[in-house]
Design a protein around this ligand. Structure first.
Ligand code: CTP
Length: 422
């Protein structure tokens, strides 16, 4: 059971916050609600009070009958400053729906109402669920504000695509579903309560996953069998440990993990661009994508006809840039970089050690692709984590467990670095 503080800002999606509160209380969590003045135009306090069994707070200057306590907790003897006490008691602070205006205020540290003042005073994980019109969401200002919040360790639950509030409009901006919001809060709370050795609270993690596709013509491509399961397992585990996660996903058709930002790409070149953009703002890079080493040198713009007189009888290939080596070459000393290597049987570890040094990595995760039961497009994996200090075998297990072992190694590498004198 956790104490969840919900901040509701103005927007039609405020009605969905009621369902979130219902789900959270049903799951055994105790919930307190702060409403902004504008949100009251959409949903009244009585609805939230009915479900939470606690008064809704609307202003820094109104007295809180519960003195900052959550339902079921004893009331303090003194009368504390309510917004400070509420966030001190909360295990997570969820802002849902987060309007463009509230997001801007959170990003810039405004404290002009109870919700924003409480957010500024919060030391617990902050989860922000945007909901607005698509044009407002896609506006550079909103995107920059969300990036700023993400950078500071806030967990952003991306809005969905679908019909929007104004009649006939369709696009991105729908508040994520209540179950997803609750899962994001629970993951944030679980991450923050881990011991410091395993926690990635406030750490920015960039994951790549899936396999790139390199066009031969407008419909055909050269690809590989990577499903993206390992990348998504890493992203999910990192998010559970409190990290702010971005996944560059190459042709992944699995459902995205909750609370992580997904950047879909197709080709090695697009993956390289997406990584170049995100890498400077990450603390940890987990490069699990199977990136093509070669691509067709001269892809056709249209579909090549098999009957065409000039139909090629061979495919000319050119090498792709090694994204991981490029990023590692531009790394900051405080960044942790983990590569992945698919190797065949004998000599796998020796190759991996050579790659670790050549690509300037902190660790390389090796899996043996001569085994049909693990690795590509399977639900389980068995790997060896190679670091300059040695090797750690991870026995065959579901990819979630393998991902957890890899993140343990990352946390150790980061802790080791922090304790190494410069
Ligand atoms: N990688 C990359 N860019 C490429 C190719 C690979 O960033 N163009 C990354 C992969 O994401 C992975 C690691 O590099 O983290 C794999 O290294 P690589 O040398 O390509 O290994 P393999 O392709 O597995 O093996 P080999 O070099 O032996 O062909």
């Amino acid at each position: 059971m956790a104490r969840l503080l919900l901040g509701v800002s103005g927007g039609i999606a405020a009605y969905k916050a009621l369902e979130l509160v219902r789900l959270a209380t049903k799951a055994g969590h105790s919930v307190r609600v702060i409403q902004t003045p504008t949100s009251e135009l959409f949903v009244g306090v009585a609805s939230f009070e009915g479900i939470t069994g606690a008064p809704v707070l609307r202003s820094e200057f109104a007295r809180d009958p519960l003195r900052g306590a959550f339902p079921g907790d004893p009331l303090p003897a003194h009368e504390p400053i309510s917004h400070l006490q509420l966030v001190a008691n909360a295990d997570a602070f969820l802002v849902a729906p987060a309007s463009a205006n509230t997001i801007a205020k959170l990003a810039h540290g405004h404290a002009d109402n109870l919700l924003t003042s409480a957010a500024l005073a919060a030391r617990c994980p902050l989860v922000v669920a945007p909901a607005m019109n698509d044009a407002m969401y896609e506006h550079a200002a909103t995107q920059a504000n969300l990036a700023l919040l993400r950078e500071r360790g806030a967990r952003i639950v991306d809005p969905g695509v679908g019909p929007l509030a104004s009649k006939g409009e369709h696009g991105i901006g729908r508040l994520a579903e209540p179950a997803e919001l609750l899962a994001a809060c629970e993951a944030a709370i679980a991450g923050a309560s881990l011991p410091p050795t395993a926690s990635l609270a406030g750490v920015r993690v960039l994951v790549t996953g899936g396999g790139t596709r390199e066009p031969i013509d407008s419909v055909r491509y050269v690809g590989n069998r990577s499903s993206g399961r390992m990348g998504y397992a890493l992203a999910e585990q990192a998010a559970r440990r409190g990290a702010a996660v971005t996944v560059v996903a190459a042709n992944v058709s699995l459902p995205a993990p909750t609370g992580v930002r997904v950047v879909p790409v197709e080709t090695a070149a697009q993956l390289a661009d997406a990584c170049a953009e995100a890498f400077p703002r990450c603390d940890v890079l987990l490069m699990a994508a199977a990136v093509a080493d070669f691509r067709p040198a001269d892809p056709a713009d249209t579909k090549i006809k098999k009957t065409a007189a000039d139909a090629p009888d061979a495919l000319a290939l050119e090498p792709t840039p090694d994204v991981l080596s490029g990023l590692a070459g531009a790394r900051r000393p405080d960044q942790t970089i983990v590569g992945f290597a698919a190797e065949h049987g004998e000599g796998a570890l020796a190759y991996a050690r050579e790659k670790l040094a050549r690509k300037r990595l902190d660790a390389i995760v090796v899996n043996d692709i001569s085994r049909p039961d693990i690795g590509f497009d399977t639900v389980e994996n068995e790997v060896t984590i190679v670091t300059p200090a040695g090797e750690r075998p991870v026995a065959r297990a579901p990819k979630a467990e393998v991902a957890a072992a890899i993140l343990d190694a990352v946390a150790e590498l980061r802790a080791g670095r922090a304790s190494t004198p410069a």
